[in-house]
Ligand binder design. Structure first.
Ligand code: BGC
Length: 542
């Protein structure tokens, strides 16, 4: 059953969502206490970022026990209760399962240090190049080396991400079996499926030196290769038994690669998160080197993916990306541009994912120094830049614009202390704009970003055209993005003005919704105006 084609999914970063016990860290009972809120918003499923036991080198993406809950988030009983209470409200739970690597604190890794034991090959171990150098010249995703020497085993282990995250070696069939058992464990609890990270890197063909440019070095040995497709097909047999839904984050993925991962006949994943649209404000694919946001590039990328994939995982924010309003919208037109971005997200073809706080227009952090940042990746980048003697102010400019902590500040529930997130001291600084940007105030304000999200979620739910209709691009300029959705001759046209100045569009139709006050639509869009038009009679454009 393809329920996920008719659902809006909400992503929760548990650490920052809602703290129930005053320790400054969000937790599972906190999430359970907000299920009615999520129902009210109109979401049908939650993607829960990792809550497993973990030393938190990368906030849970380094798992040390897949079958237990990190005590800071609660207990397994709390998890069972969350699943139960969510189901009572028709909300499904998707677990974020990290299967490319584990924490080096995981017992498998500890036992893997014994070269002769049964776990010896659970990870990629290598002696080095023989001359005292690293085994390969591959680049790590966290901007550093991807080999670490282990003194106990006297060998290097591979970690494509942080040092504390050792890559699992699927060449050993026992690893596949272990992960299958873990999947069953969670599916038996009644969860609806999984989100996987780095899902197209699972299989490393061989550990050889790369001929590619340094930032991409190594990819030819691990990116979207047959080995990974085989692994996914093995897993799919388990998912199939439970009718589980799966979405995978794929890195450096092209539409062709994405199709290979999620075309139904291939029996791998249901959906793929791609990131090309997130790269349109980056220089040469490096997320730390930002350039001015050019709307047209962004629109063209969206059009490309809408055309090339039958069904997309739609998102503008997540826990790895800076917030969308300061990035793609306008600080001056905060509310209007927040609503416009919501309109984009909720009117494209695919499954929309709303990231916590996006629905109230949260903006990035307002920290002023690196010590306020927790994220391991940001800290690494700062450290490397420092090694290259980049001055502090420039380092901060680079890190603060892109840091993942921009999206990880605590959810702003109220205008009370710590934004109502906790009674204690929040693990990460709350943005000081919470007296102005918070849920409580927005619930009561019919013109709020939150109410716009709720209305659009409801509109999408009631509209077969928005959920299932085809997508046709109409206009994509530096200012305006317009497209049509149609189903069996019924049409809706969406026109969005991504600029601080008025704009014209050739789109016409009966006004269904606008984020500006108006009764009808004459083709003139106000700054950051978003309109949805019923263009069934008009054919979208004259
Ligand atoms: C997660 C990141 C994490 C990375 C490495 C990604 O899928 O979204 O937050 O750092 O995987 O585990």
């Amino acid at each position: 059953m393809e329920w996920w084609k008719d659902t809006i999914i909400y992503q929760i970063y548990p650490r920052s969502f809602c703290d129930s016990n005053g320790d400054g860290i969000g937790d599972l009972p906190g999430i359970t206490s907000r299920l009615d809120y999520l129902r009210e918003l109109g979401v049908g499923a939650i993607w829960l970022c990792p809550v497993y036991r973990s030393p938190n080198v990368d906030n849970g993406y380094d798992i040390s026990d897949y079958r237990s809950i990190n005590p800071e988030y609660g207990t397994m009983a709390d998890m069972d209760r969350l699943i139960y209470e969510a189901r009572r409200r028709n909300i499904r739970i998707l677990m974020d399962l990290v299967i490319n690597h584990t924490s080096i604190k995981h017992p498998w890794f500890q036992k893997s240090r014994d070269r002769n034991g049964p776990y010896a090959n659970y990870y990629y171990w290598s002696k080095g190049d023989g001359d005292g150098g690293l085994p390969t010249n591959w680049a790590g995703f966290f901007n550093g080396d991807c080999w670490e020497f282990d003194v106990e085993r006297c060998e290097y282990y591979l970690h494509l991400f942080a040092k504390g995250q050792a890559d699992l070696n699927y060449h050993d069939p026992a690893v596949l079996d272990e992960i299958k058992k873990i999947m069953r464990f969670w599916l038996d609890k009644g969860i609806a499926g999984f989100r996987f990270n780095a899902v197209n890197l699972l299989w490393k063909d061989s550990l050889e030196n790369s001929k590619k440019r340094s930032a991409l070095a190594g990819q030819e040995y691990y990116l979207s290769n047959n080995g990974t497709h085989n692994i996914l097909r093995q897993f799919q047999k388990v998912w199939d038994e439970y009718d589980a839904f799966t979405v995978g984050e794929a890195v450096f993925v092209t539409p062709a690669m994405a199709r290979d991962l999620c075309a139904p006949e291939r029996k791998e994943l249901d959906l793929v998160f791609s990131s090309e649209h997130m790269e349109c404000d980056q220089r040469s694919g490096n997320k730390w080197l930002k350039k001015k946001f050019r709307p047209k590039l962004f629109f063209d990328s969206i059009i490309k993916w809408q055309r090339e994939l039958d069904w997309n995982a739609l998102y503008l924010e997540n826990h790895d990306q800076p917030r969308s309003i300061p990035r793609f919208g306008s600080k001056t037109y905060w509310k209007k541009s927040g609503k416009l971005l919501a309109t984009l997200l909720l009117t494209l073809r695919g499954t929309p994912f709303i990231y916590q706080g996006q629905e109230i227009g949260m903006t990035g952090f307002d920290f002023s120094r690196i010590q306020q940042v927790n994220d391991v990746e940001s800290r690494n980048v700062d450290y490397i830049l420092k090694r290259y003697r980049v001055p502090k102010s420039i380092r901060w400019k680079i890190v603060s614009r892109t840091s993942r902590d921009n999206a990880r500040t605590p959810f702003q529930w109220t205008s009370e202390r710590h934004a109502g997130f906790t009674d204690g001291r929040p693990w990460l600084g709350v943005n000081h704009n919470y007296p102005k940007v918070n849920l409580e105030d927005q619930l009561d304000d019919p013109s709020s970003i939150w109410n716009w999200y709720r209305d659009l979620c409801a509109l999408r739910k009631s509209s077969d055209i928005l959920r299932r209709g085809d997508f046709f691009p109409l206009e994509a300029t530096e200012q305006v993005f317009a497209y049509r959705r149609d189903l069996y001759g019924q049409e809706l046209t969406i026109a969005l003005n991504f600029s601080d100045s008025p704009a014209r569009t050739a789109c016409r139709g009966k006004l269904v919704k606008s984020n500006c006050k108006r009764q009808q639509f004459d083709g003139k869009l106000q700054p950051w105006e978003a309109v949805i038009l019923d263009s069934t009679e008009e054919g979208g454009m004259p």
